[in-house]
Design a binder for this molecule. Structure first.
Ligand code: UDP
Length: 469
């Protein structure tokens, strides 16, 4: 065994991997975690990235960075139509990526490139890799079930489940008037129609085209890496193994095997950790809706009152710009900050993994982004789910109905609903049961990362596989 690892180390010396993240926080984080893991296994790492949402190279002195032109105009870069934005990047980046890779390949002083590892959302990287005869692996940063759902889009369209009427993506994304929304989708159990992953865009055809291209090019890739683990998504992984010819590597949760480092764009406010130190064990509800979701003024004020009326201590991340029409928290009612002194703490951005690991945190009110979901499971913190768009509805269904480690708030943001949901999670017996179940899930996750565990073994297989190129 040791001899084998030694041989691997020798083979890896002088092998370079080129990683290409999709430029959004929830995609950058797992891609950099993967980069760290593979670097610690002996590979050299080059990150090719767009100027748009460019990462900070000084956080990663052990990597090489290659920026490429993304051709986005000012208005394209500022759009809230993420589907259209990703579709545009998939067109604009083709030539810059090809030129960049061709230059790296012709540079004799560089180590040979074993393969590229691209975010699944950058489907154009497959044709570029093919044209340069480079193997392309794919990292999918969301849950496995989203891919099963994406592959089922043609069927969902044919059966009339799609299109779902969605509001503008940062509004509550479901039109509750639609009578079919509560129907189960037997082809995608345990999902209901309203959980199908969709994001609003000016033209649904752009979404369908993008999804179709992502699925097609992922089927052509040389291997598929998932930030998930066997015990969490056994059924979806079984389906995926039947649908995709390439080897499948569920090696997550990535942040648990990656050396600590930050790929945050915003500065993490460390003061909240000292504030948490002053609170009783498991008493605090941590509230964060990730890096993209936003709300209107009414929802913001309802959330503020719901938190206060719940009588639970809370740590609330309000990202600057996430309240539409405001810079930050100026829409809070007069006297609000006085009222919550000692019991509530508001920050612009938190060191989330450390917050969730803090003994004072007893619950996480989340938008159910996949990274947040995994981070909560890894710290055994039960969740209050309020998804916004994309795969978040699906993640929330998993959390509440499949793993049963959270409660879902399904009727919009109203102070009474919020207060009631927080008390269910933080005070009532139901919350205790959720906690017991998520701790069991956390234990399964720990086992899968240990020697002999599924993710641990899969990572070893991934390294051997890359060495075989
Ligand atoms: N995050 C953070 N501080 C915050 C809020 C979020 O570091 O105050 C991190 C969080 O730990 C996670 C990522 O931002 O890794 C958000 O990714 P997720 O998939 O949960 O949601 P998205 O931002 O993509 O909607």
């Amino acid at each position: 065994m040791e001899k084998l690892e030694e041989t691997h180390m020798q083979q890896k010396r002088g092998r370079r991997l080129v990683l290409i993240p999709l430029p959004f926080q929830g995609h950058i984080n797992p891609m950099f975690q993967l980069a760290n893991i593979l670097h610690s296994r002996g590979f050299s790492i080059t990150i090719i990235h767009t100027h748009f949402n460019s990462p900070n190279p000084s956080n990663y002195p052990h990597f090489t960075f290659e920026p490429i032109a993304d051709g986005l105009s000012g208005s394209e870069a500022e759009t809230t139509d993420l589907v259209a934005l990703v579709a545009t990047l998939n067109i604009n980046c083709v030539t810059p990526l090809r030129d960049c890779l061709a230059r790296l390949l012709s540079n004799n002083s560089e180590e040979p490139i074993s393969c590229i590892i691209s975010d699944a959302g950058f489907h154009f990287t497959q044709s570029v890799a093919d044209s340069l005869k480079l193997p392309r692996m794919v990292l999918r940063t969301g849950c496995v079930l989203t891919f099963v759902a994406f592959a089922a889009y043609p069927l969902l369209l044919q059966k009339g489940y799609l299109p779902i009427q969605v509001a503008h993506y940062h509004l509550p994304c479901i039109n509750f008037q639609d009578s079919r929304l509560e129907e189960p989708v037997p082809e995608l159990a345990p999902l209901k129609v309203k959980d199908i992953p969709v994001s609003n865009t000016r033209d649904p055809e752009i979404l369908y085209q993008l999804v179709a291209s992502v699925i097609k090019e992922t089927k052509s890739c040389s291997g598929l890496i998932w930030n998930s683990f066997e015990d969490l998504e056994e059924s979806a992984l079984t389906t995926i193994r039947k649908q995709y010819p390439a080897p499948i590597f569920p090696i997550g949760p990535l942040h648990k095997c990656s050396p600590a480092s930050t790929s945050s764009w915003l500065i993490e406010d460390q003061t909240c950790l000292a504030w948490l130190d002053t609170q009783a064990p498991r008493s605090v509800i941590y509230v964060s809706f990730g890096s993209i979701a936003s709300m209107d003024e009414t929802e913001f004020v309802e959330t503020a009152w719901g938190l206060v009326n719940s009588m639970q201590p809370f740590l609330w991340v309000v990202r600057p710009g996430s309240i539409r029409g405001s810079k930050w928290i100026e829409q809070l009612p007069d006297g609000f900050l006085e009222k919550i002194k000692g019991r509530g703490h508001i920050v612009k951005w938190a060191p989330q993994q450390e917050v969730l690991a803090h003994p004072a945190v007893g619950g996480f009110w989340s938008h159910c982004g996949w990274n947040s979901t995994l981070e909560s499971i890894c710290e055994g913190v039960p969740m209050l789910c309020r998804p916004w768009f994309g795969d978040q509805m699906m993640n929330a269904r998993y959390i509440c109905d499949d793993w049963r480690v959270g409660v879902q708030m399904e009727n919009g943001l109203k102070r009474g609903e919020i207060e009631r949901a927080i008390r269910r999670l933080m005070v009532e017996r139901e919350g205790e049961e959720l906690r017991e179940r998520i701790i069991t899930l956390e234990e399964k996750m720990e086992i899968c990362l240990k020697k002999g565990g599924s993710s641990y073994e899969c990572l070893g297989n991934l390294v051997s596989y890359i060495l075989s190129f």
